[in-house]
Design a protein around this ligand. Structure first.
Ligand code: CO
Length: 136
């Protein structure tokens, strides 16, 4: 059911600043920013071929990452995302093992239109895990 690593996501106070640092330190270029209106975040991706780095900046003060940035003002790793071949069955299997899948699986999509869900960090070593449906 897990088919690969989609991305590692970093919450940052400034997309421009983060993109500049990625360029300067690793020679990596971030793509055009896109806005997730629902979550109030602006996103940019660095494509590494087999996975991506996701950069997230708040697009408004009550964004879904504003609280995280209050605790980590310089930014920090927010979650990692695994690809699954079927989101609803993967969420059901994880729920059956006693973990908390946040929200209703099968109803949330990312900015690329893919079905996603998050698994509570307390159910996996303190790490927030995103699941993303992607057919191989
Ligand atoms: Co993500």
């Amino acid at each position: 059911m897990i088919t690969g690593l989609s991305h590692v996501s970093i919450a940052v106070p400034s997309l421009a600043g983060a993109a500049e640092r990625l360029k300067e330190l690793y020679g990596l270029a971030a793509g055009e920013a896109v806005v997730n209106e629902e979550q109030g975040i602006r996103l940019a991706y660095v494509d590494l071929g087999n996975a991506r780095i996701e950069l997230m900046e708040p697009a408004r003060p009550d964004s879904s990452i504003s609280k995280f940035l209050e605790h980590h003002p310089a930014g920090g790793i927010h979650h990692f995302c695994l690809n699954v071949d079927g989101l609803v069955p993967a969420a059901a299997a994880i729920t059956a093992k006693g973990a908390r899948v946040l929200g209703a699986a099968g109803e949330t999509r990312n900015v690329h239109g893919e079905l996603i869900a998050f698994v509570h960090p307390k159910d996996f070593l303190g790490a927030l895990v995103e699941l993303e449906e992607r057919s191989a």
